[in-house]
Design a protein around this ligand. Structure first.
Ligand code: SF4
Ligand code: SF4
Ligand code: FES
Length: 340
């Protein structure tokens, strides 16, 4: 007999604190069988270039998920509705959509009394809820996320311990659903940045954070990521249905590796760290001078405006004024403040 949908939670993750309250039945508690679910779906046909919201009403059945609602609509009202799913059990990552403004897996998310269902953001829409994954897949391919060994394969099993693999192993939980990619505000800036985005970074981390990989190969891959465009807003982490700590265990370790292997990428971060370690405070004037050098002269009028508003204090910069926190900052950031 197949497990009921709410039983998949304990099969996939094992029981944990609060799990008994996190079943579909518990999350569906605002609905009783027969209630009417009001659904608004964004429909789009790339060939015709027309987008519009279409409304449906679906009678609630016990343990109904967003996917069940879509299936009901496709069976009864809109046989041409386009949406993707495959495993139905949080494994394949194909069913991700936006429901009421947040990224969810349709096969895992409980139905709600009022739902607006839209395709993921930051990827071209092919039709209705189906997006084109090619930009993500091309980016992942360009990052060459595989291992180039520096030493020959020693034996099976390879002598690797948990500490060596602790971050790479988190990345291996990724189901490639693109929820994080859709939630990332920096991807939405388009060509203004060259940021690869959270999902490709998670794919890269599977091998870039593996100690067996060749540092030269990791360096080449990291140089293609634009990783320092990430603003650490944690939107990706909030959206991840696999609960991957994307910022703390993937992006931050990758940024640290990039700072070590490709320091020119981390110019801004390294300068900021150095300034805080030596002065015990953020010094915007020193930071701009260190990052932009003589180019700062081209923005002189902006610098004057910042000065008038008290945002910068060249006096403190020129005389290298330190705060009382400088010693502690130096200790924490591992820098000798007397060097400067
Ligand atoms: S933390 Fe970085 S990758 Fe994640 S959503 Fe924010 S900007 Fe995007
Ligand atoms: S990191 Fe999480 S949200 Fe992003 S693609 Fe992988 S499973 Fe989906
Ligand atoms: S259908 Fe596979 S994760 Fe939802």
């Amino acid at each position: 007999m197949n497990p009921a949908p709410d039983q998949f939670a304990s099969i996939a993750r094992g029981p944990g604190p609060g799990d008994e309250h996190d079943t579909l039945a518990a999350r569906n508690s605002r609905l009783v069988p027969g209630d009417s679910i009001a659904v608004k779906i964004r429909r789009f046909d790339r060939a015709e270039g027309i987008a519009a919201y279409q409304e449906f009403s679906v009678p609630y059945r016990k343990w109904m998920r967003v996917l069940d609602v879509l299936n009901a609509i496709a069976e009864r009202d809109a046989p041409d509705l386009a949406y993707r799913w495959f495993c139905g059990s949080k494994m394949c990552g194909t069913c991700a959509v936006r429901m009421n403004g947040r990224e969810v897996l349709a096969c895992w998310e409980a139905a709600e009394p009022n739902m607006t269902i839209e395709p993921l953001r930051n990827l071209p829409v092919i039709r209705d809820l189906v997006v084109d994954r090619a930009p993500y897949e091309n980016k992942v391919a360009s990052l060459e996320p595989w291992i180039a060994r520096t030493s020959p394969y020693p034996q099976f099993p390879e002598p690797l311990n948990h500490r060596q693999m602790k971050d790479a192993s988190k990345a291996l939980d990724c189901i490639g659903c693109m929820c994080c990619y859709s939630a990332c505000p920096v991807i939405g800036l388009g060509d203004l940045t060259n940021f690869a985005g959270p999902a490709p970074l998670v794919q890269l981390a599977q091998t870039a954070l593996d100690p067996r990989n060749d540092p030269e190969k990791i360096k080449r891959s990291l140089a293609e990521t634009g990783i320092f465009n990430c603003v650490s807003c944690y939107k990706c982490e909030e959206a991840c249905p696999a609960s991957i700590p994307i910022v703390s265990r993937i992006i931050e370790p990758l940024k640290a590796k990039a700072a070590q292997l490709v320091p020119e990428m981390a110019k801004h971060s390294l300068a900021l760290r150095d300034i805080v370690a030596t002065r015990g405070r953020v010094d915007p004037t020193a930071l701009i001078l260190r990052v932009q050098g003589y180019r700062v002269l081209s923005g002189l009028s902006r610098a004057i405006r910042l000065l008038m508003r008290g945002k910068i204090d060249p006096f403190k910069t020129v005389f290298n004024i330190r705060t009382g926190a400088a010693s502690a900052a130096s200790r924490l950031l591992g820098k000798d403040i007397h060097r400067k």
